[in-house]
Design a protein around this ligand. Sequence first.
Ligand code: HXC
Length: 258
Amino acid sequence: MAYETIIVEVEDHVALIKLNRPDAMNALNDQLLSELSDALTAAQDNEKVRCIVIAGSEKAFAAGADIKMMSEKSFVDVFAGDLFTNETDAICRVRKPIIAAVSGYALGGGCELAMMCDFIIASDTAKFGQPEINLGVMAGIGGTQRLTRAIGKAKAMDMNLTGRFMDAEEAERAGLVSRIVPCKELMKETMAAAAKIAEKSMITVMAVKESVNRSFETPLREGLLFERRVFHSLFATEDQKEGMAAFLEKRTAQFRDR
Ligand code: HXC
């Protein structure tokens, strides 16, 4: 499929998906989200791809859902059409790891998209926010839910009620991002992190992703049981034998995703 609002490159087992609406700060519209979910599904199905990176431009990861597009919609349009739900569900169904590389603005739906990824690497210029309240609406694809789980109630309330932006340092302190890197190094560092993940056993990587995500859905006791059983099940893989043998033989493991 030829895309108009994203650019996809697959190199060395990593699919890099760049959001590409420069005139609108990568604002998310139906077309962009539909192309993004299509590209992610293709990356999931592509055996060569072992990790996915979603990035924006230096100025903006994404400045939110497209306000021009939304301004014309009625309650019936967004309720009956379930605005963005199919696309965001498709993003969250991807079982391969997804890293968000955030530089500049990640606002509203842009912040929410970054939070749908498995972790966020931020440039020192990154600014996160849920400013929907200034538009007379509120976050609709995770900004009151994922953000609260990520940074706690006090900060999530502050962000959603005041609409203020959080810089990279505050976002790292609060636990929203995993690391901050200088702006110029963002893509190099993120691609290096993706390459590191791509070296691992894909079975194990998917098990880890599923297990960490479980912690959002279940009470601790259930989560621990889920984790334990998945851990046990990994002993049925060839990659567990290979990983442990390689350690003992002081060599690099050759994982085969089996
Ligand atoms: C449509 C947008 C946009 C957006 C920026 N643009 N954000 N267009 N939707 N979300 C456009 C501007 O209209 C402008 O186009 C161009 O991008 C450059 O933006 P400027 O405002 O001129 O740049 P700057 O002064 O540097 O300010 C950057 C900014 C500001 C701080 C990011 O653009 C801004 O506040 N944007 C809106 C952020 C926001 O409210 N996001 C939440 C959206 S609601 P022109 O044609 O004039 O040059 C949402 C709901 C999600 O996300 C839930 C969905 C279910």
